[in-house]
Design a protein around this ligand. Structure first.
Ligand SMILES: [Zn+2]
Length: 212
């Protein structure tokens, strides 16, 4: 069983999620826009056993805290979609020449693809490929707990932008079709803004119509 908390960080209020496998106390972060005091204190309050830093995609507002988190928790493994690894390495700028120039590069420990599985204590987290917002975007799905961490792919009644480098509208719509075909009782925990659910998005997401 997993429990989680959401900590919005930084100027874009990017959601950092802290997950805990309750039986073992093993922790994971989903995205890490900043590893600031609220995030650090949340990790410590939940026992400090950080095993994973799971990145939904490589945009700077989701990864800038990775070097600080790794410094504080050297045992934690950083994982990102293979096709987004060069964002983390600082080889692709999210917004060329702007805020992202403050990003410090980091080398991932694991390169993920759709179909991979992350083990967190007794919990299993499935990796879903979700290209569109970025080429190597991922969603993290905890089937036993009915939780989908959807990054910047699917928001409450919105989808991610595709006008940044690597964005692809057709790919995003194909990803949206796959996500909205998941069970309706699954909670959607996005990279920005409030939580939603698959059934709600099927009914109210304006882009659901575009996929038939
Ligand atoms: Zn993004």
């Amino acid at each position: 069983m997993l429990e989680y908390q959401c900590i919005p960080v930084g100027m874009f209020q990017s959601n950092t999620y802290l997950l805990r496998d309750v039986p073992s106390g093993a922790l994971a972060l989903v995205d890490c826009g900043f590893f600031n005091r609220p995030v650090r204190e949340a990790v410590e309050a939940w026992g400090g056993d950080l095993r994973w830093i799971l990145l939904t995609h490589g945009h700077f507002d989701h990864v800038m805290g990775v070097p600080d988190a790794r410094c504080a928790y050297p045992a934690a493994l950083t994982a990102i979609g293979e096709a987004d690894a060069d964002y983390l390495r600082g080889k692709i700028e999210t917004l060329p020449g702007r805020v992202s120039r403050h990003q410090r590069p980091a080398e991932p420990d694991r390169l993920l693809m759709g179909g991979d599985e992350i083990i967190l204590g007794e919990s299993r987290i499935s990796v879903l490929a979700s290209p569109g917002h970025t080429p190597g975007g991922l969603c993290f799905f905890c089937g036993a707990d009915r939780l989908l961490f959807s990054g910047d792919t699917l928001f409450h009644e919105e989808v991610g932008r595709v006008d940044l480098p690597g964005g692809d509208w057709d790919a995003l719509l194909a990803t949206l079709a796959l996500l909205l075909a998941l069970d309706g009782d699954i909670a959607v925990l996005p990279g920005h803004g409030k939580a939603s659910g698959i059934a709600h998005e099927r009914a109210f997401n304006p882009y659901a119509k575009e996929i038939g």
